[in-house]
Design a binder for this molecule. Structure first.
Ligand SMILES: [Fe+2]
Length: 367
């Protein structure tokens, strides 16, 4: 031992001599925190005063009655305060914390597979398909975004789902692109918030896009869930499986901003790949991201013997500089489409939201 024991260390050694070798019990007897005893253990073991036993319990090496070494033998400074050990994570404490939250995490994972949106009434309804708004971009059709949002807000039986890229969010390594934006990033968020407020409770599900995920990659948090906090809707940063219910009808839907797998010849390749070779288990699959829509395409599911619908939703950008720069094709249509659902199970997709609304109103009047 190369230094005198502190009062705390001396007290701990004394308790150990009385045969108490349980850290929590030592902490209780001395009226101090368990973590304080843990830190002192490490220092005492390093000094050779205590040694670790197989179970992590210290045995004092000092014979009974031996006092701490006299200060005259001191060759090192006495440290009384936070040492590196005090800043290290204790695995035993950490696993207690993780076990305490595990039940909640498991129940959350299971609830993903039993989610449902039940639309009210027993008349036909329409669900607008909103994606790739790109608030903040100089070439976004703001007139169409506002008109569609107000139409959804003001029309009985018209609801909406949203599939990501709500704003450009040029942060991280692409921050330099923000120089071309007509508004600041903070004001992009104000525009998204205003749009969400306009839609109100008509928006029943929202998934994040790759432009929202820039925040997660650059700063480590999901800002979209903060924007949506308090909203009564389904939300996930990546994927939302849910049952859409109306009357006695039910459709299994899955929303993703983009799906694994792509083809230059088939807009719905990723979704059809999932249908035939992946998880499948949906009646209607939707995506955004490519800006090449809105395109509806049906596909026969051999496993279930049913026809399934895939939807590639378009964008509100009327001019895509990025697509031109890369020599990619870009969409000719601005805005979203919609699907009209009937309580008897029939449904029909429309590229034009206004036409879908007119058709739904006709059906709701009784045809
Ligand atoms: Fe996009």
């Amino acid at each position: 031992m190369s230094r005198p024991l502190s009062e705390l260390e001396t007290n701990i050694v004394e308790v150990c001599r009385r045969g108490v070798n349980n850290r929590a019990e030592i902490a209780r007897q001395l009226g101090i925190a368990d973590s304080t005893v843990r830190g002192a253990y490490r220092r005492l073991a390093k000094l050779g005063v205590l040694e670790w036993t197989r179970g992590g319990t210290p045995n004092t090496k000092l014979p009974a009655g031996l006092e701490p070494v006299a200060p005259t033998q001191n060759t090192a400074a006495a440290i009384d305060g936070l040492t590196p050990e005090d800043h290290l994570t204790d695995g035993a404490e950490l696993i207690e914390h993780l076990i305490a939250r595990q039940d909640k995490a498991m129940s959350k994972a299971l609830r993903r597979h039993s989610q449902a949106v039940t639309l009210p009434g027993d008349k036909p309804v329409a669900v607008a398909l909103l994606s790739d708004l790109h608030f903040g971009n100089a070439n976004t059709d703001y007139k169409a975004i506002r008109a569609d949002a107000e139409l959804i807000r003001d029309t009985d039986g018209l609801f909406a789902v949203a599939l990501g890229d709500y704003h450009d969010n040029w942060i991280g390594k692409l921050i330099w692109v923000a120089n071309d934006q007509p508004v600041t990033l903070e004001n992009e968020l104000a525009l998204v918030q205003h749009w969400l407020n306009t839609l109100g409770d008509k928006l029943v599900a929202a998934v994040g896009g790759n432009h929202e995920s820039r925040t997660k990659r650059a700063a480590g948090f999901d800002h979209l869930k903060l924007l949506l906090r308090g909203s009564e809707l389904l939300y996930d940063a990546d994927e939302i499986p849910f049952a859409l219910k109306l009357g006695s009808a039910e459709w299994k839907c899955k929303l993703r901003h983009r799906w694994k797998g792509r083809s230059i010849y088939n807009e719905s390749h990723g979704m059809e790949r999932d249908l035939h070779f992946g998880a499948g288990n949906w009646d209607i699959a939707m995506q955004g991201h490519t800006h090449r829509g809105t395109v509806f395409r049906e596909s026969y599911d051999e496993r279930e013997g049913k026809i399934k619908l895939t939807v590639q939703i378009g964008t509100y950008e009327f001019h895509d500089r990025y697509a031109i720069q890369l020599g990619m094709t870009h969409r000719q249509q601005s805005g979203s489409g919609a699907i009209v659902f009937c309580p008897d199970g029939r449904f029909q997709g429309f590229r034009d939201l206004q036409l879908a609304v007119e058709f739904m109103r006709y059906l709701r009047k009784g045809g």
